[in-house]
Design a protein. Structure first.
Length: 273
């Protein structure tokens, strides 16, 4: 028998939808987490474009929170370009059990799940279309046994496409952190990410500027390689907090290349703001 919310093709028209209860409340696309997971806060780390150091900021924030005694996880939602496992020197394969998929762990105790931890060979390219990639991200939420976490950081791919939309719609994201660099062009693109968050009703924690400056190892002078930053003025216009300005520091890249990013604890991001 046809329910009250169903209608046949022959009789369905615009007027027949008037008064339907589903018109009065937005669709809910949220998916349930794994039953063996208890996650208190979900933080999305986003950017308007690639190459601004989003994964570095995600990992730095994870290290900082873990060093303060919080239980932290990273969901690497950049399915086609995952970098988090390599930064920490973590290799798969992640193990599957009857309860779900076990995350891998860094040396400083951060839980990780990334596409690279599921591939038989890490260099294998993921050549999938958007809907499949989006479903994998949802499975990282529903099928992974995250356990008890104070923070789950979601390292998202750049832009405002399928995966960011899936994360915003399907996961209970509490707030986002936007990563940018000093160039004016990037500031323009960042506003697209901010506008997307506003349309999805996701609060913005603040902005982190990467590549902010380079400190000369000889004289200590701060050199603005990308020109003067306007992040403070832009953040004030948008009513946002600047959570940190990360310098261009060769030791960060060296640690990531060696798989030793868990040792990087001096990237300060003001999470209290």
């Amino acid at each position: 028998m046809m329910s009250e919310r169903e209608c046949s093709n022959s009789s369905c028209d615009k007027s027949s939808c008037e008064g339907c209860p589903s018109r009065e409340k937005p669709a809910n696309f949220k998916v349930d987490t794994n039953e063996y997971s208890c996650i208190r806060r979900v933080i999305g780390v986003v950017s308007g474009k690639g190459g601004v150091g989003k994964s570095l900021v995600t990992a730095s924030l994870a290290n900082q929170l873990a060093a303060k005694g919080h239980r932290v996880g990273i969901l690497d939602a950049d399915i086609t370009g995952p970098s988090i496992p390599k930064m920490y020197g973590v290799h798969g394969p992640a193990e599957a059990t009857d309860m779900g998929i076990e995350p891998c762990y860094t040396e400083n105790g951060i839980a990780l799940m990334s596409m690279n931890l599921l591939l038989p060979v890490e260099e294998t390219p993921v050549i999938w279309r958007g809907p499949i990639i989006a479903n994998v991200v949802k499975q990282f939420w529903t099928d992974v046994i995250w356990g008890e976490l104070d923070y789950l950081l979601v390292d998202m791919p750049p832009g405002t496409g399928d995966v960011p939309l899936t994360v915003f719609q399907s996961l209970p994201v509490d707030e986002i952190v936007v990563v940018t660099s000093p160039q004016d062009l990037v500031q323009l693109i960042v506003k697209k990410a901010l506008n997307m968050a506003e349309q999805m009703h996701i609060p913005v924690k603040g902005i982190v500027e990467n590549y902010s400056y380079f400190k000369c190892p000889d004289c200590g002078k701060e050199i603005k390689i990308f020109g003067d930053s306007h992040i403070d003025e832009e953040a004030e216009k948008l009513g946002l907090n600047v959570l940190g300005k990360v310098p261009m520091e060769p030791s960060y890249a060296e640690a990531a290349d060696k798989g030793e990013f868990h040792k990087v604890v001096n990237v300060y991001i003001d999470w209290s703001r």
